[in-house]
Design a protein around this ligand. Structure first.
Ligand SMILES: [Zn+2]
Length: 69
């Protein structure tokens, strides 16, 4: 009788991938879906990262300064 040891062979434990945070950019208020600001260059789907007083696109490096109040 061969004694099989369960070891490295077989199924690899798959790690959990970090889920996309894209859905956090969408908010559903009532029946309307409001989105965060998207990039005017890249179009919809590419959201601008909001910094302290500006927004920034990580894809095309577009940046826009926010309006001062
Ligand atoms: Zn862009």
């Amino acid at each position: 009788m061969a004694d099989k040891k369960k070891g490295k062979e077989g199924k690899k434990p798959h790690k959990n991938k970090p889920t996309s945070k894209k859905y956090t950019k969408y908010k559903i208020v009532g029946e309307k879906v409001t989105r965060e600001r998207s990039c005017p260059r890249c179009g919809h789907g590419v959201f601008l990262m909001s910094a302290k007083d500006r927004v920034y696109c990580g894809k095309c490096h577009y940046s826009e300064f926010g309006s001062k109040k």
